[in-house]
Design a protein around this ligand. Structure first.
Ligand code: AMP
Length: 328
């Protein structure tokens, strides 16, 4: 069920002179594209507003410009009449630089998100709708409804978000509206999807070798496929924990319904990236805290082989329940 609509976000954005936009931890194309796309839209359509972006792209999408603002250089006067905006995120433990939101420096807080979550932060304004395939689709939709002018830069950022979170328009919730927003992005004078698609399609040789290894060595329990990206393997393939993480190498193989990557992190945690083509998995992920996400794309945290096994068992049982409920 959606909470509010685009107008809630639009009204809040119109009201404040100083706008600060945040992304989630382990940033992906959607949170970064939403953050910078919104910044570009505001700069073009409200030249008198001051817009700042906080965070770090940690080397992702190097073909894009990620010119973050340095918080230590921002004059305190900009925190007056200010709006803190969280895009594609919700809980404080999922937001990069959440401490700035929690120390109450902003006049009000707005959340624009497509995750169905009741967050621990008391946002003043919320537009949550999990039927948007990407938060960037929400940003593009605001632009379309408000008839905002779209610059080439804004279109490129927003398209990056839509492309990556929809798996190039293949996932559920990709719909007529998604393509209407895509059409609207083409009102930018020189925007072409190819300019993003080409750099996105380049494949790192280390990752290709790693994917081949995963495909030859994954494990299967019932209709759950999984692979453990140990520190040893990260070293063997010369990939960091943020690079050896493409869970969708295991997507839709044979009769599988759910697939999982367990990724050893430097801090000793094991990050779980979980995907499904049918069974809802986000509630199970919430059990393995911090965990949660979308119905069919979610994440969780475990700490040892015992918890890994418990999570796989839970997922397998959920598949069995799903098949019983759906008579297949
Ligand atoms: P990821 O596998 O990191 O791409 O995450 C898939 C989805 O699940 C994203 O929408 C994330 O925001 C969400 N997610 C991933 N990990 C967590 C977590 N530990 N807690 C809550 N949500 C998560």
């Amino acid at each position: 069920m959606a909470k509010n609509n685009w107008k809630t976000a639009f009204d809040a954005l119109e009201k404040f002179d100083n706008i600060f936009i945040f992304h989630h931890i382990r940033p992906d194309g959607d949170c970064l594209g939403s953050q910078f796309g919104l910044r570009e839209l505001l700069k073009t359509n409200y030249p008198n507003k001051n817009v700042f972006v906080f965070g770090d792209a940690i080397g992702n999408f190097p073909f894009m410009t990620w010119d973050f603002d340095d918080e230590s250089k921002i004059d305190k006067k900009y925190y007056e009449n200010s709006l803190g905006v969280v895009v594609d995120a919700n809980n404080s433990n999922r937001i990069q630089n959440a401490e700035f939101l929690l120390d109450k420096r902003f006049t009000k807080l707005l959340r624009i998100d497509h995750h169905p979550v009741d967050p621990d932060i008391n946002y003043d304004f919320t537009w949550e709708d999990n039927e948007y395939v990407a938060s960037a689709e929400q940003i593009g939709y605001i632009a379309m409804q408000a008839k905002w002018k779209v610059s080439d830069a804004a279109a490129r950022y927003i398209y990056l978000g839509i492309n990556t979170d929809s798996g190039r328009f293949q996932y559920d919730y990709t719909q007529k509206r998604t393509f209407e927003v895509m059409g609207y992005l083409h009102s930018a004078p020189h925007f072409k999807v190819w300019d993003i698609n080409l750099p996105l399609s380049y494949r790192d040789e280390r990752k290709v070798r790693f994917s081949a290894y995963v495909l030859l060595n994954y494990k299967k329990q019932g209709k759950v496929l999984y692979f453990h990206v140990t520190k040893k393997l990260q070293k063997k393939f010369n990939l960091s924990e943020n690079e050896a993480n493409d869970v969708n190498v295991l997507a839709n193989i044979g009769d599988c319904r759910v697939w999982v990557f367990f990724i050893d992190l430097d801090n000793g945690d094991i990050r779980c990236r979980i995907r499904s083509n049918s069974v809802f998995i986000n509630k199970i992920c919430e059990k393995y805290a911090p965990g949660g996400g979308h119905e069919m794309a979610a994440g969780a945290t475990v700490h040892n082989k015992h918890e890994m096994k418990a999570l796989i068992n839970d997922l397998e049982n959920e598949v069995i329940k799903y098949e019983q409920d759906n008579n297949n």
